[in-house]
Design a protein around this ligand. Sequence first.
Ligand code: BV8
Length: 233
Amino acid sequence: MSDGYKPRVVVLTGAGISAESGLKTFRDSNGLWENHRVEDVATPEGFAADPDRVYRFYNERRAQLQTPGVEPNAAHRALAELEQALGEHFLLVTQNVDDLHERAGSNKVLHMHGELLSARCCQSGQAIRWLESFDETTECRCCIPGAKVRPDIVWFGEVPMHMDDIIIALAQADVFIAIGTSGQVYPAANFVAMAADGGARTIEINLEPSQQNSLFDENIVGEAGKVLPDFVS
Ligand code: BV8
């Protein structure tokens, strides 16, 4: 990257970027939604109806994320290098709740759907770093005794995080790159149109063309871990 002009780049990642690290995606074959009903484990109604099932769903994924061998892959590392090269002209937004971007060296990651490795206090709303399993008998560490904790996850019907910052960045982007996302969940699925409206060049990198591939200026088909290192160099 020349020292002079640095394009403003916004990247959106989805579950596909973590697939080569061994984490399940949602909608691929054998994906998370094949073995769980979204309504049961990723909605406030599902949590109210059967909290234990939801705690178990996220405890299993949190434990899997921390098992040996689940490591960032070359795609995560390539994005960390791109952040190094572009500095404040680079923004990484992820729909993922794993910490593989951070473990690959990305410093600024906007987790618009929350994070597995934190819990949210039901009393104060605070997010607290939390690595072990928890359930409805677990007491919060942050405030009044007896306060409970829930997964620090944005469920369907809840408001995604960091939307103000994301909307501004998309309006100012020169390049928008979506990596490893099926483009089926909103408002993230609208980001390509929002970036294009702001004049950005839009690029999709995906194992197969997503439902939205026609909305992108460029479609690169392949495994992110194989495509991205060459793409960013
Ligand atoms: C909201 C919890 C209002 C975290 C998740 C229109 C406008 C606004 C809202 C809506 C709308 N229409 C409908 C809605 C409501 C709803 C929605 O989108 N429903 C869908 C089903 C139609 N949206 C919401 O409720 C959102 N909230 O809208 O609030 C609002 C809006 C704006 C501003 C203020 C308020 C909340 C959505 C968040 C829901 N939470 N999960 C968790 O458990 O992990 S969503 C879930 O899907 C995950 O977060 C996941 O990240 C996300 C998207 O999935 P993907 O990441 O794309 O994964 P998927 O498996 O689908 O695809 C993987 C892709 O990777 C595939 O294409 C595959 O080919 C590819 N791939 C595989 N391997 C590789 C690869 N690519 C490259 N390399 C590889 N190796």
